[in-house]
Design a protein around this ligand. Structure first.
Ligand code: ARG
Length: 279
């Protein structure tokens, strides 16, 4: 029906975050990272931006758990890569790059200490919620840069849900969560150029409503956003995307994460959703 707006509904979430106490750009494993940059990441500012992101979630009524950061793991702030948690079950991760490998055990230890059922550690490279997104009952698995295409089989076996694979083709959008954001079970926003023809067709068949991000919004990592079904927390610079979200009945919540972006991450990367958490 013309002009009819779907009503968007927020649902309270539980997130895991890791303070950027040891954050720095000391190696380059994606095109955003420049260890020799003229304007290096400001660790103090990164911490303030991260704290503001956490406060933003709390202000929206969400629960935020935190994990103790480990010295020598500068990317551990990117909690999305720490696990995949669906229906109260935890699957650990296996990082492609040795620089981040030790984060896998640190996150697993946290889940075990908290009494979560841990299904195991993947055989294939699997960078957790960076590459694995949830849309209703379906898991979406990105591959091409970090997570292996064959990780899909392990995901299906562990979670007992259909898994749809999506090939990523642009190295700037190396994790699925930099190119696609699930807003609710039937709605997503994405950057078409980050996918191949098959992937674009898959997304069109999965989602009744798809918002296409413009280059300038994707290039500030605006798609690395966190939706609770109504509020969408995203990079402040992604102003065009914020307007598109408002026009569709969502409430954009802009946050400044300039320093974390110097490592290739934004809001979503800093946030692991604990689905099925006891609240
Ligand atoms: N520097 C990190 C890496 O390249 C950034 C990870 C961003 N995380 C994400 N979920 N996209 O691995």
């Amino acid at each position: 029906m013309m002009g009819e707006q779907t009503r968007r509904v927020a649902a309270p979430r539980t997130y895991l975050m890791c303070p950027p106490s040891y954050f720095a750009v000391t190696y380059a494993i994606n095109p955003w990272m420049r260890p020799d940059a003229d304007a290096p990441a400001d660790a103090g500012l990164a911490m303030r931006q991260w704290a503001h992101l956490r406060q933003t979630y709390l202000g929206l009524g969400h629960t935020v758990r935190t994990i103790e950061p480990v010295p020598g793991l500068p990317d551990m702030v990117f909690a999305a890569n720490g696990a995949t948690v669906v229906g109260g079950t935890v699957l650990g991760v296996r990082f492609r790059h040795p620089e981040r490998a030790a984060e896998a055990g640190a996150y697993l230890d946290w889940f075990r200490a908290e009494g979560w059922p841990v299904a195991g550690v993947p055989e294939q490279y699997n960078e957790g919620e960076g590459d694995i997104l949830v849309a209703g009952q379906t898991l979406l698995a990105g591959y091409g840069f970090r997570t292996d295409e064959d990780a899909a089989g392990e995901l299906a076996a562990v979670f007992g849900r259909p898994v749809v694979s999506l090939r990523l083709v642009d190295p700037r959008f190396y994790h699925l969560d930099t190119a696609l954001c699930v807003l609710d079970a039937g709605t997503a926003m994405y950057y078409p150029a980050a996918f191949d023809d098959a992937g674009r067709a898959t997304l069109a068949s999965l989602f009744g409503e798809l918002i296409e991000a413009k280059d300038e919004d994707a290039e500030v990592l605006g798609l690395n956003a966190v939706s609770d079904g109504y509020h969408v927390v995203l990079a402040a610079e992604a102003t065009g995307l914020a307007r598109q979200l408002s026009a569709r009945g969502f409430a954009p919540v802009p946050v400044d994460l300039s320093e974390l972006r110097k490592a290739g991450g934004s809001a979503k990367c800093c946030t692991l959703e604990l689905r099925g958490a006891r609240r």
